[in-house]
Design a protein around this ligand. Structure first.
Ligand SMILES: [Zn+2]
Ligand SMILES: [Zn+2]
Ligand SMILES: [Zn+2]
Length: 109
């Protein structure tokens, strides 16, 4: 518990580039919370390397993270305007809002 809290704090500072907790005004856009696949389809098709997997909480599309060369999750946000992604890495439930630049740990319980 304490250790995962520490990891969340590290990620919050790294992602937001600030320490404080931020609010998200887009929680009503959440329609999907659990993934139906565990790969990035665009990476599979295009032959690019996936580092970590993220899932869009509006439509459920799974894409690769910003550490992946193709950044398909971010590309999905930029083309669809869907605001929220979650990590679907094992044991991770954190959510990121692109619009509020908010790292959220309470959304998915
Ligand atoms: Zn938001
Ligand atoms: Zn990808
Ligand atoms: Zn989406």
């Amino acid at each position: 518990m304490a250790e995962s809290g520490f990891r969340d704090t590290v990620r919050r500072v790294a992602f937001q580039r600030s320490f404080g907790r931020r609010e998200c005004t887009h929680l009503d856009s959440i329609l999907h919370t659990n993934p139906e696949r565990f790969d990035c389809e665009k990476c599979v098709v295009g032959g690019t390397h996936t580092v970590h997997l993220r899932m869009c909480l509006t439509c459920g599309e799974v894409g690769c993270c910003d550490s992946s060369p193709a950044k398909h999750a971010r590309g999905h946000h930029e083309t669809t305007d869907h605001p929220l992604i979650r990590s679907i890495e094992p044991g991770e439930k954190w959510v990121w809002c692109y619009k509020d630049r908010a790292y959220l740990t309470q959304v998915l319980g």
